[in-house]
Ligand binder design. Structure first.
Ligand code: AMP
Ligand code: MG
Length: 430
């Protein structure tokens, strides 16, 4: 605990989370591809099919073969033949009409064409499909322009059977589901969804406005964390509020760990008289890795894991994050630390995008011994504008935020136009 009580940098906190969870992975399960949006792919996926699976018409029109193979058409009425007129080159006899889904297409012979619909297989030997709009059909003959785009897709031009469709470790989007199914992959191996238990601590918090008495406040963190979990593709196994007593907190942590991979507490993690989280984590037998991080907001943040004989309890790992009580700290630390741990459990990507952008206005602060994250919005011109913000209880300030500007440790002033790192948080942009 003495070691874990040191104030460490956010970079060290990241390193400790990464090192502690190295080699820990959740179990893999097979699910129907159509239900897999938001899941992390556990294995590289190879196509079962050539795409397209056959040479396929891209337009409604007439398939023709190589060279000038048109033949002289029998005499026809001038008005029906159009400009081509009877007997001119580019005349083809229509031998078959093929719709999408139809098989058994005749091979092309000189002077013949097959009428094809979009998506239909084209005959063997096709070099071009002439768009219907560029053709003049009269009876069983048609006059076609022989030069122009091919208008058909070659078998396997998008994807060959056995080629890699998607690598392991990506979070599947609807787009990926479409591509996987298109390649014949109707079930996929994905990591089990991480399960999170949420515990809000505090004698002052209530979940029902009818219970608000002087000194009490609504429990913001519980419902917000549950929403952040759902939006991040995580499963919430429980969400409870507990009083500030050592027993209540350790009972809740124990219960949370029995069902969840990650327990998140909010509040009570500091060293005040009513802060029982750190003691509860030790009482439950967890190993504390850190309890204070040099970041504003979010300094009293703890990370602990279940261990037995110095090793993680099982290959899947179980851990606890003790987050501060104030909601802006909770929001930020969920994104930077909890989602980092989630990514480590599934091999998925870190969902925090950072851009270097110019700062809209000047920034100044009195103390620089912590990295500071300031709520900001991105302007259409690509500048980060810091928002009016009263501190870590001011969650309403985030309503207009796209993310946070990071002011590094040691920096007291930033002039307008300074290059800053802007973190786009998914929780802001949804
Ligand atoms: P603590 O870390 O427990 O000292 O809490 C710090 C601040 O966050 C206090 O003002 C608490 O009232 C507030 N707080 C704690 N938990 C919550 C919660 N679930 N929702 C909103 N505010 C909270
Ligand atoms: Mg408290």
């Amino acid at each position: 605990m003495a070691e874990a009580g040191r104030v460490i940098s956010l970079e060290d906190a990241f390193r400790i989370v990464d090192e502690t969870l190295a080699g820990v992975r959740l179990a893999v399960e097979t699910v129907p591809t159509r239900t897999a949006v938001g899941r992390v792919l556990a294995r590289e996926q190879q196509s079962y099919l050539d795409l397209p699976p056959f040479d396929k018409a891209a337009v409604d029109g007439y398939a023709i073969g190589p060279g000038r193979r048109g033949r002289r058409a029998p005499p026809c009425r001038q008005d029906a033949c159009g400009t081509g007129g009877p007997g001119s080159q580019g005349q083809y006899r229509v031998v078959q009409t093929v719709a999408a889904g139809q098989a058994g297409v005749a091979a092309l012979h000189p002077g013949e064409t097959v009428k094809v619909m979009t998506g239909a297989p084209v005959p063997a030997g096709t070099t071009r499909v002439v768009m219907q709009e560029e053709a003049e059909q009269y009876g069983e003959f048609v006059k076609l322009k022989e030069q122009g785009p091919s208008n058909f897709c070659k078998q396997g031009e998008d994807m060959k059977r056995g080629d890699v469709v998607l690598p392991a470790g990506i979070v599947l989007r609807a787009l990926d589901v479409g591509n996987l199914v298109g390649c014949g992959i109707t079930s996929v191996e994905v990591f089990r969804r991480p399960r999170l238990a949420i515990i809000s601590t505090g004698n002052e918090i209530v979940d029902d406005p009818a219970l608000l008495t002087p000194g009490r406040i609504m429990n913001i963190n519980g419902p917000m964390l549950a929403g952040l979990c759902v939006a991040s593709g995580l499963e919430v196994s429980s969400q409870v509020s507990v009083l500030d007593t050592p027993e209540a907190v350790s009972d809740a942590v124990h219960a949370g760990l029995s069902q969840a991979d990650i327990v998140i507490l909010s509040g009570g993690v500091s060293v005040g008289e009513a802060d029982f989280v750190l003691g509860a984590l030790e009482r439950v037998g967890l190993r504390l890795h850190f309890t204070r991080v040099a970041v504003k907001p979010g300094k009293p943040t703890a990370f602990a894991t279940v261990e037995q004989f110095g090793k993680l309890f099982n290959r899947e790992g179980k851990m606890v994050f003790g987050l501060p009580g104030n909601p802006v700290s909770v929001f930020l630390m969920f994104h930077v630390l909890v989602l980092r741990a989630v990514a480590r459990l599934t091999g998925g990507p870190l969902r925090l995008r950072a851009f270097t952008v110019p700062l809209g206005g000047a920034f100044r602060r009195r103390h620089a011994e912590r990295a500071e994250y300031v709520p900001a919005c991105l302007t259409n011109e690509g500048r980060a504008e810091m928002l009016a913000y009263h501190g870590s209880a001011h969650l309403l300030a985030l309503t207009r935020a796209d993310g946070f500007v990071a002011v590094p440790f040691g920096i007291k002033e930033l002039p307008a136009g300074a290059s800053v790192e802007f973190f786009q948080l998914p929780g802001c942009s949804q």
